[in-house]
Ligand binder design. Structure first.
Ligand SMILES: [Zn+2]
Length: 293
């Protein structure tokens, strides 16, 4: 069933688990993610990132995401990820998305605040939840790219001021009225090239100031143990894409190598890809929702 981000994260926060938010740039990934969630009986967030417009535009993939969400046996939120423009966010709302992210985190604080506030006003009037981002989440040069506040992940030590400041987070959430906040504590979008240096205590420090559901972007290279600590500290939504897409690509590579004399058909390749993606997504869901499974 289709639900809002506010509803789906309320329960996650209470029961101390995180809802996986998966980018679904094509029909097969929608099918893989929904069937993984149904098999485990966990809530899920399907999301379309604005940078994935080149794969399948919102106007085409959006109705498919909504159709699968409505038919699903588990609660599903349909979310627009890293929205850079008002136009695209409003387009998502008009299509029936139940949540949007306005990402002005690359802008100066005052501009981020003003844009987020405006988006909250519009979205809440339509019964739609809003996620915003404060701080800068790193973006790897490989496989990443969905982050707007992107900085290179090559030099963590000099980038400490990119981490979300707890007092600023409190002021930002109170002034904007956002339903969920993406925070930066050292994670990376895309394939990690250097070991991530996570500041997991920062999540608790932010939660002590403002108690709303927090979103973790960029789970690349993060261990299962660190995911669990992040969730216990207050992360209720985890964006996850790169590694499931990579697992699907690698499964196809292996299939081709192991079947050198077989004629390759696109429907078989798609099947291999979809199965691998589903298994990877299920494994991630088991970590994120371990407190209820
Ligand atoms: Zn992100």
């Amino acid at each position: 069933m289709l639900v809002t981000m506010e509803e789906i994260l309320k329960e996650a926060k209470e029961k101390k688990y995180a809802v996986g938010a998966f980018n679904v740039p094509n029909l097969e990934s929608v099918q893989a993610v929904i069937s993984a969630a149904q098999e485990l009986n966990v809530p899920v967030i399907l999301q379309h990132a604005e940078v994935h417009e080149t794969y399948t535009p919102l106007a085409e993939i959006g109705p498919i995401m909504l159709e699968y969400a409505k038919k699903a046996t588990v609660p599903v939120c349909v979310h627009f990820d890293h929205g850079a423009s008002f136009d695209m966010c409003v387009q998502a709302i008009r299509l029936g998305f139940t949540s949007v992210m306005i990402d002005a985190s690359a802008e100066e604080y005052d501009i981020n605040l003003a844009k987020t506030k405006e988006m909250v006003k519009i979205a809440h009037a339509a019964g739609v939840s809003v996620e915003a981002e404060l701080g800068h989440i790193f973006t790897s040069s490989v496989g990443g790219g969905e982050g707007r506040g992107a900085v290179g992940a090559d030099d963590y030590d000099s980038l400490n001021d990119c981490y979300t400041d707890p007092k600023t987070a409190k002021a930002f959430v109170e002034a904007t009225g956002v339903d969920a906040l993406a925070i930066s504590f050292g994670t990376t979008h895309g394939v990690y090239l250097t070991e991530p240096k996570l500041d997991l205590n920062r999540i608790t420090e932010i939660k002590n100031e403002i108690d709303i559901p927090f979103v973790m972007h960029g789970g690349s290279g993060v261990s299962d143990e660190d995911f669990k600590v992040a969730i216990a500290n207050g992360i209720a939504k985890i964006n996850y894409y790169t590694y499931s897409a990579k697992a699907a690509g690698e499964a196809v590579e292996t299939y081709i190598k192991e079947n050198p004399d077989t004629q390759m058909f696109s429907h078989d390749i798609i099947d291999v890809m979809k199965t691998a993606m589903k298994e990877n997504v299920k494994a991630a869901m088991k970590v994120f929702a371990s407190s209820i499974l």
